[in-house]
Design a protein around this ligand. Structure first.
Ligand code: NVA
Length: 318
C-alpha cells in the first residue's frame, strides 16, 4: 500500500520516533541513504509562497540521489485547467513522489488517493507536518528528548502550525498547551483537532490544554512556539488579527515566565514586533536557524520512510 504524509498523525508514536532517529542520522551523514538514486524525480508543487520548503526539499532530494522537479502551481492550474484527480494520475506516472503545498487538505487527500506514489503535505491551511518533524528534531537536539516536555504555542492557535503541534506533540508524549484569543483556538467540536490530540495523548502519556492567559500558558514551559498571525491566504484579515492577537505577542517579558533555558521556535517567516519580539527571535534561547536547517534533514527522513514502503516499478531490462 502506498503511504503518504498528509497530517502529523499519519505517523504512529513508534514511526515518529524512528523517523526522528533517521533524520538525526541523515544530519550526521547526509549521503547515507540514496532511495532516489538513479536518479528518480520528485515533483514539488507550490500553490502558496515558499522559501524554506522549496530550498530544503530541493537540497534534500538531491542528497537522496534524486532530481527535484519544481512545478509552479499557477502554471499547472491544478483544479483550474484540470482536476486534481487528473493531475495526480499524470504526476504519478512520472515521479517517485509528490510534494504539494496548497490550500485545502481535501485536495491533498484527493491527490494522494489518485497519484499511486507517496504524497507529502508541504503545508495546507490545516497542517504543516514536515515543519513539525523539523521542530521535534530541534527540541530533541536541545533538550535531549521529547516525552514529558511541556510546549506552549501562543498566538493564532487555530492555524496549521497550532494544529500540527497538537497532533505531533502529543504523538511524541509531550504536554501541549495552546493559547490565543477566542476565534483563534483549535476546534473543540467532536471529531475536531482537540479531541484527536487528546485521544493521542491518552496513549502516549502526553496532555493537551487550552489556556486563556498567555502567561499561564508559557509559565514553566520547556519550549515556547509562535507563528505569524497572518498565515498565507489570510492577508485580508490583517488589521483585525493584529488587534486580536497583540496580547499574545511573544515578548521578553512573556518568555521570562518560561523555564530559564526554554527553547524558542518559530517556523518563519517572522514578523518582528508582531507575533515575536526581535530580541526574542535573535536571543540566546532562539533555535529558529537550527529549526530552519532541520527542515532538510527531517524531510529527507520523511521521503526515505515513504519510499521504503512504496511499490517500485523495476526498470525494464535492456
Ligand atoms: N501558518 C503559516 C506558516 C508559514 C510557514 C502559514 O500558513 O502561512
Amino acid at each position: 500500500m502506498t503511504r503518504h504524509f498528509l497530517r502529523d498523525d499519519d505517523l504512529t508514536p513508534a514511526e515518529q520516533a524512528r523517523l526522528l532517529d533517521l533524520a538525526a542520522d541523515l544530519k550526521a551523514m547526509p549521503f547515507a541513504r540514496r532511495p532516489l538514486a538513479g536518479p528518480r524525480s520528485v515533483a514539488m508543487v507550490f500553490d502558496k509562497p515558499t522559501l524554506r520548503t522549496q530550498v530544503s526539499f530541493s537540497a534534500g532530494i538531491a542528497e537522496l540521489g534524486g532530481f527535484p522537479m519544481l512545478v509552479e502551481g499557477r502554471l499547472a492550474g491544478i483544479g483550474v485547467r484540470e482536476s486534481v484527480e487528473d493531475v495526480a494520475r499524470v504526476l504519478g506516472r512520472q515521479v517517485a513522489a509528490v510534494v504539494w503545498r496548497t490550500f485545502l487538505q481535501s485536495d491533498l487527500e484527493t491527490m494522494a488517493a489518485h497519484a499511486g506514489v507517496p504524497v507529502v503535505n508541504a503545508l495546507t491551511d490545516d497542517f504543516h507536518p514536515c515543519q513539525l518533524v523539523a521542530d521535534l528534531l530541534t527540541v530533541r537536539e536541545r533538550l535531549g528528548g521529547l516525552a514529558g516536555v511541556t510546549v506552549a504555542f501562543v498566538g493564532d492557535a487555530a492555524c496549521n502550525m497550532g494544529s500540527s503541534w497538537l497532533l505531533a506533540g502529543t504523538t511524541a508524549g509531550m504536554h501541549v498547551r495552546v493559547s490565543g484569543p477566542s476565534g483563534y483556538l483549535p476546534s473543540a467540536e467532536p471529531g475536531g483537532i482537540l479531541q484527536r490530540a487528546t485521544d493521542i495523548a491518552a496513549g502516549t502519556g502526553g496532555s493537551v490544554s487550552v489556556v486563556a492567559d498567555p502567561v499561564d500558558a508559557v509559565s514553566g514551559a520547556d519550549v515556547v512556539v509562535t507563528d505569524t498571525w497572518i498565515s498565507m491566504g489570510k492577508e485580508q484579515e490583517e488589521a483585525e488579527r493584529v488587534t486580536a492577537l497583540t496580547p499574545w505577542s511573544l515578548t521578553s517579558e512573556l518568555l521570562a515566565t518560561a523555564r530559564r533555558d526554554a527553547v524558542v521556535l518559530h517556523c518563519l517567516p517572522a514578523y518582528r514586533g508582531l507575533e515575536i519580539a526581535a530580541e526574542v527571535l535573535e536571543g540566546p534561547q532562539s533555535a529558529v536557524w537550527d529549526e530552519a536547517e532541520n527542515r532538510r534533514h527531517a524531510q529527507k527522513a520523511v521521503l526515505a520512510h515513504l519510499l521504503d514502503s512504496a511499490p517500485r516499478a523495476e526498470a525494464p531490462a535492456v
